[in-house]
Design a protein around this ligand. Sequence first.
Ligand code: AMP
Length: 279
Amino acid sequence: MIIKKTPISVSKYLNSETKKLKKKIAFIPTMGALHDGHLSLVKKAKKKGYFTIVSIYVNPSQFAPNEDFSKYPRSLKSDLKKLRMISADLVFTPLHKHMFEYESPKYTFKTFGIEKKLCGKSRPYHFLGVSDIVLKFLSIIKPNVAYFGEKDYQQFFFIKTVVEQTQLKTKIVMAKTVRDINGLALSSRNNYLSKEQSRVAKNIYKSLKILKKIIKNGEDASKALNQQKNFLLNEGFTKIEYLEIRTQDLKKSILPHHRSRIFIAAKIENIRLIDNLLI
Ligand code: AMP
């Protein structure tokens, strides 16, 4: 497994080596603290025979000042071990100054009001921070395909829409959410949960599944959403930021809700968890 730390060294390597390898390139951006959700994306790319590149970079510009940037879990050594075990081809671990100094082409795109929807409401700069860094990575690596997790569907859809508006040729692909045995979507932020909080957290998936069933049966969705909000608060969540049904392109969903998604962001104290489920 090759490890590169600067944009220039990655570009140089890819220019000289991947042409010889005659393989297409897949890219998986991550912030590290890798779990089976991240690894499933790498395995998916490897299975397709791609030269698979993983970035590990905790991007400061997608965190607001009051968020968990400084305490976000960092575990580079064990991340590299996990990636080696599943034969990732190249890991890119840039420093902030490398990414900050790297000047990518200026991409212009419309945000279709992402900053006003779902996570955008409480994190208005988040998605622009994400797209800024992802576009930089894509312009350095020029992958044929980049994988994003369904767990962060809003992020996947935003990046896909942004990339389609640029000259970049990368295909943005979504990979299924990996969950633990209780249904809790794997997330680096689950590391913050105590045992009791993990018990509370698993109710997110329970609620999503109940809602899916009720909505599929054609019952009153807004009543069901309120019931599930109350259920989660009773179980120990301290705040439900949103619990909403949206279409696949993140518009307000109207009846019937087939092929829409249920989206949730909920907090246990200051630990914020998100999830979503296709109806
Ligand atoms: P992060 O390190 O949280 O930025 O995540 C990096 C990538 O892994 C993103 O595309 C996430 O959507 C994806 N990811 C994170 N958790 C999961 C999961 N439980 N299942 C599938 N993909 C995931």
